[in-house]
Design a protein around this ligand. Structure first.
Ligand code: CDP
Length: 221
């Protein structure tokens, strides 16, 4: 029976790398729920939505269509039919995404879509509320963490590779602030789900992390 693997954790601690590796080894679908929150944020930025104006937020949500396209191990998120990957990782989106993710109307719509995508199992999804809210019955729940300096180093590299080098202080402030908002919001805060396995990957290579978690997944499948 294909199982459900839920991965949660702080910003930029390698959840998506682990999720992709697990999905590839298990032959499962990988879904990046953070990309969905990022796409909604980009949509709001493009429509110049004041996120405190709930009517405008609801109008914008009614106008939103998200699709996923899998290309090998690579997963693209389409916003209203358009590929927007690079913009999803921009600092403008990094700065607004956590405030957007506090909005219950946004969360309700995305959780509904995520549960629909994962209804038959055989899925690895990463985010902040996957083991607690989206798939509380997932057979394997992982909580990934790493030391802040290592997370900042990884995100600085990502922004550089996108052609938008950003000072590490600015990146650190953004990561710390996002973790604070994500952990303290009222609706679905980032928490360790019941039965979760905690992985600190500061000193683990990508392969070591993937092998450990794959062994766990095989035991639960
Ligand atoms: O890549 P990074 O770990 O920095 O973040 P992400 O997974 O792309 O998620 C971006 C933001 O979306 C998070 O900081 C949360 O505010 C929000 N998010 C959420 O609230 N719930 C999820 N399931 C996934 C993301």
């Amino acid at each position: 029976m294909p199982i459900t693997i839920a991965i949660d954790g702080f910003s930029s601690c390698g959840k998506s790398t682990l999720a992709k590796d697990l999905a590839a080894s298990m032959g499962y679908v990988y879904v990046d729920s953070g990309a969905m929150y990022r796409a909604v944020t980009l949509h709001f930025l493009r429509m110049d939505i004041d996120i405190n104006n709930i009517d405008r937020v609801n109008e914008a949500l009614a106008d939103l269509r998200l699709d996923f396209r899998n290309e090998g191990t690579h997963q693209r998120v389409l916003l209203n039919g358009q590929i927007v990957e690079k913009e999803l990782r921009s600092m403008a989106v990094n700065k607004l995404v956590s405030p957007v993710a506090t909005l219950s109307n946004v969360r309700a719509e995305l959780v509904r879509q995520q549960q629909h995508i994962g209804r038959d199992g055989g899925i690895v999804m990463d985010g902040r509320d996957i083991g607690t809210v989206v798939f509380p019955n997932a057979e394997l729940k992982l909580f990934v963490t790493a030391e802040t300096q290592e997370r900042v180093r990884r995100r600085v590299e990502e922004l550089k590779s996108l052609g938008t080098p950003t000072p590490s202080k600015e990146v650190e402030v953004n990561l710390t602030e996002r973790d604070r908002i994500d952990s303290t919001r009222e609706d679905s805060p980032l928490r360790k789900a019941e039965g979760v396995v905690v992985i600190d990957n500061t000193n683990l290579s990508r392969e070591e992390q993937a092998d450990m978690c794959l062994a766990l997944a095989k035991l639960r499948a």
